[in-house]
Write a protein that binds this ligand. Structure first.
Ligand SMILES: Nc1ncnc2c1ncn2[C@@H]1O[C@H](COP(=O)(O)OP(=O)(O)O)[C@@H](O)[C@H]1O
Ligand SMILES: [Mg+2]
Length: 573
């Protein structure tokens, strides 16, 4: 909780006002039964209409004041609670933006979404209620108790039984409810995880006809969420009648002992009525406290989950005084090994490699041979576990990360476009890009041929994820977006797999001739996509199996020859 308190700063005035005004509301609540007893015992007994009206008016005034302060207090509480939640959400969002890929692997996207939505909401709601109830309940209990003692100290002895019984009942329920509430949060998380995974992949689920299977999986988790929620709720349902029983028994006791005093004349009838009201208020306040603890329990689970994210440092750390200028596009891997966090095996082993500025490098190898892992080390999406990766002769860890990533454009294997227009997506690469620059990049990526056919051209809509484009169109748009960064190094991770051969060849030609100054690394499945590269690297089980140009590799690398021959057959057949 201490981690979160600074986020209340902007709203602290409301966080202070809410409980303060609440005390005024409580005062009104407390004074009203007292006034009522005066009306009964003095006004009615003496048949003094004027007195009744006067005190009655004061009573109405107190009620109105109480209501006014109550409304303002509730309003302040809501502002503080929701404001607090929104500050935390903003900070979480920023934090997640800075996360490294390793951090994202650890938390998983669906759990981050739950934390940003559900958990922040819970924190806001609990804060709002706490500000009101945490003050209201104890003050109410205290004041009501004092008033009851003032009215009739001997009768107040009933509290000595009622309060401990109530506290014990509530404590038992709270102790039993605690694990259930924590469990509830985990179950909500699991249901959310499946919803997210499923909706993101809904097209795949449908095309594989896995709806039934996914539905069953969902049903299991959903049912277990329901059962836990029911268990938790039934504890509370059980608490309510028990507390009611305690309240009514206490009232009975008060009526019994108090009634005798009224008969004897040592206590007024009005006093007895207000005494009963006070005793009800005290027990109500205790219920409120128990409810508050219950909320706090739910809130604390959310707080932990949010703080866990806020306290996570990005795995990728920047040094002090980082280098901001990247002079050229040369790259070196020196004895590099890499292990994914949480995995025991090395994914990359003994990589030694030097790439000159402006070279076009092709990388080929079976899936899982660590091609993607290799290139991810260049813009520091992950850091090498052993050895160093350098760009223009300087260790990548010494660069300012923004500067490095600006100069290393990476078209990811699982790339995506964002909802908006083609222009807005291209501006991701360079915010200040003019239409001419955008069109030039689209032409280089061979995307202009289809974009120019749209009536609205660059203003053509892009749906979420770029779902309104074909795979090949999307790939060409993401290449254009990367080109707009005018990088020194360009990495294409299987970025032309869905593009037809002829267009693919044109893209290669552009990189070789028009963009010859850019160091280009092309990962591909098809030999045709990298055939004209200056050098081709063959990856096999996390190692560089061999390296050379197309003609050399055909003769020296058995793996390359095998891939080549299998693809030749495909072409002939
Ligand atoms: N985020 C990750 N966490 C753990 N292991 C991973 C992760 N990404 C890839 N791997 C593993 O690393 C190996 C190499 O993967 P990758 O570099 O994607 O291969 P390629 O791109 O050649 O198909 C695979 O065995 C894969 O399971
Ligand atoms: Mg890959």
């Amino acid at each position: 909780m201490r981690t979160l308190i600074p986020y209340m700063k902007k709203y602290r005035i409301f966080a202070i006002l809410s409980p303060v005004l609440m005390i005024l509301e409580v005062m009104a609540d407390i004074i009203i039964p007292y006034l009522m007893s005066r009306i009964v015992d003095i006004g009615i007994v003496n048949r003094d209409i004027e007195y009744i009206v006067r005190i009655g008016l004061i009573m109405v005034g107190a009620a109105l004041f109480g209501m006014l302060f109550g409304i303002i207090s509730a309003h302040c509480g809501a502002r503080a609670g929701f404001g607090f939640a929104s500050e935390i959400r903003q900070k979480l969002f920023k934090k997640v933006q800075d996360f490294s890929f390793a951090n994202l692997d650890k938390f998983t996207v669906s759990s981050l979404i739950t934390r940003l939505t559900n958990d922040c909401d819970t924190i806001g709601r609990v804060t709002m209620m706490s500000l009101r109830m945490a003050i209201r309940a104890p003050f109410m209990a205290l004041f009501a108790l004092i008033m009851a003692l003032r009215i009739n100290a001997s009768l107040a002895k009933v509290f000595m039984v009622a309060i401990p019984v109530t506290v014990i009942a509530i404590t038992i329920v709270l102790i039993k409810a605690r694990p259930l509430f924590l469990e509830l949060q985990t179950r909500i998380d699991r249901v959310n995880a499946i919803i997210q995974e499923n909706l993101m992949g809904i097209r795949v689920v449908k095309s594989f006809n896995r709806q039934k299977h996914e539905e069953d999986k969902f049903k299991n988790r959903n049912d277990s969420l329901r059962d836990t929620a029911l268990q938790a709720i039934s504890l509370i349902i059980f608490l309510m009648p028990v507390l009611n029983l305690i309240v009514y028994s206490t009232i009975m006791a008060v009526l019994w002992f108090g009634g005798q005093q009224v008969v004897v004349g040592t206590m007024g009838g009005g006093e007895l009525i207000s005494f009963i009201t006070y005793i009800t208020q005290v027990l109500m306040a205790l219920m409120m406290i128990s409810f508050f603890f219950m909320q706090l329990l739910r809130g604390s689970a959310s707080v932990n989950r949010v703080v866990e994210v806020l306290n996570t440092e990005s795995e990728i750390k920047e040094i002090d005084n980082p280098v901001r200028e990247i002079r050229d596009g040369s790259i070196s891997f020196n004895d590099v090994c890499f292990r994914y966090p949480g995995s025991d095996e090395r994914t990359l082993k003994d990589i030694d490699l030097h790439i000159e500025t402006g070279e076009v490098i092709g990388i080929i190898g079976s899936t899982g041979s660590s091609k993607s892992t290799l290139v991810q080390l260049i813009p520091r999406l992950y850091d090498a576990t052993e050895g160093t990766v350098t760009v223009s002769g300087i260790d990548v860890k010494k660069y300012d990360i923004k500067a490095l990533r600006n100069q290393v454009a990476f078209v990811l294997q699982k790339n995506t476009l964002f909802s908006g227009t083609i222009r807005s997506n291209m501006k991701w690469g360079n915010e200040d890009a003019t239409d001419e620059e955008i069109i030039k990049a689209l032409k280089q990526a061979q995307a202009w041929e289809f974009v120019s056919k749209y009536d609205d051209g660059l203003d053509h809509r892009v749906e979420q994820g770029g779902d309104n484009f074909s795979g090949g169109q999307k790939q060409r748009l993401t290449i254009a977006r990367a080109l707009l960064k005018s990088p020194k190094i360009m990495i294409l991770d299987d970025s032309t797999s869905a593009v037809d051969m002829a267009t693919d060849a044109k893209i290669q030609q552009v990189f070789k001739e028009e963009l010859g100054h850019i160091t280009t690394i092309i990962i591909a499945q098809r030999i045709a996509s990298i055939q004209y590269a200056d050098r081709i690297i063959v990856m096999h089980e996390g190692r560089i199996e061999s390296m050379g140009d197309h003609e050399t590799l055909k003769n020296t690398s058995p793996i390359y020859r095998e891939i080549y021959e299998s693809q030749q057959k495909g072409v002939v057949a």
